[in-house]
Design a protein around this ligand. Sequence first.
Ligand SMILES: NC(=O)c1ccc[n+]([C@@H]2O[C@H](COP(=O)([O-])OP(=O)(O)OC[C@H]3O[C@@H](n4cnc5c(N)ncnc54)[C@H](OP(=O)(O)O)[C@@H]3O)[C@@H](O)[C@H]2O)c1
Length: 332
Amino acid sequence: MKAMQLTTYDKNNIALNLVQVEKPKINARQALLKVTAAGVNPLDNMISRGEVKLIVPYKLPLIAGNEVVGIVEAVGEQVSEFKEGERVYARLPLDSIGAFAEYVAVDSSALAKVPDYLSDVEAAAVPLTALTVFQAFELMQVESGKTIFISGGTGGVGAMAIPFAKAKGLKVITSGNAINEQRVRNLGADYFIDYKTEDYSESLSNIDYVLDTLGGKETEKQISILKKGGQIVSLKGMPNRAFAKRMAFPKWKQLLFGLAGYSLDRIAAKHDVTYHFVFVEANGKQLQEASNILAKLKIKPSIDTVYSIDAINSALDKVASGHSRGKTVIQF
Ligand SMILES: NC(=O)c1ccc[n+]([C@@H]2O[C@H](COP(=O)([O-])OP(=O)(O)OC[C@H]3O[C@@H](n4cnc5c(N)ncnc54)[C@H](OP(=O)(O)O)[C@@H]3O)[C@@H](O)[C@H]2O)c1
């Protein structure tokens, strides 16, 4: 089969190579998917640049791609929840990615059924962002009636986070590129901040929850707008000790992440708030829950550009260049 492989970690080159490899074999708990679409994410480029090596130390060469939609072609003898011919999707488990290929073997615990109202391309925009939001909200144990600030809500994460936050009964304040203001208001944002003209840290305070998609200096700024007892989940800030413990990393890695995240943990403690870091994991049960909410709300993710598998490197460049108006997707 055709597959797109990462052969070397390189900060300056995110290109994948086209290879012909054997169709994967499944174990008793896996399903074999004929891939119909795959989401392209900033994470794919981060993996190529070696930026997540400490979190997931992949052995190269590696078939890339984290997010998949496909038709079940075969199932292992212990798989009873899915059958041949079903349309399913997943954020692939961290230790067995490979969505940029004609076939992929997926542990059935990562899979969920694709809601009928979504096309394959639309569905490819769902698993990673939906699970990210679910896992962030679960960490903060968000409660109805409270307020959340979602930074960069005009991107892919925001497109899921805003409707899910509204479905949880939260008041949503978001920041982002003003070109997309109406789109995020249509998703349910109650208040919009144009990041190019307004500094949210001057206008916002007493916020219950923050979902930080920006990282860097912005994480500290977002900590400062929380009320005492508030919580922030960062998708781009420093991983900390609590994260390493949750991931059941060995002691030396817990120590290392403890040092890396020390500064943000300390700043959070000074403000009497809690800092969390999330690295989104596969979870078919959560994805099914998210799918049920999406199917009820009939929310269609925004799609930016669709590429063929042969144009994967253009798709990765597109994602690397930013200014996303929705998801970049590979259609098979
Ligand atoms: N840790 C995890 O598990 C995890 C999971 C999912 C995503 N992520 C990370 O989360 C980040 C966001 O993902 P995404 O898919 O939503 O990205 P995206 O689709 O590229 O969207 C980013 C959005 O943020 C806007 N933006 C840029 N700078 C901003 C600022 N200073 N203030 C407010 N908005 C700003 C962008 O507007 P412009 O058009 O002006 O650029 C764009 O609309 C990525 O870095 C991704 O790697 C992490």
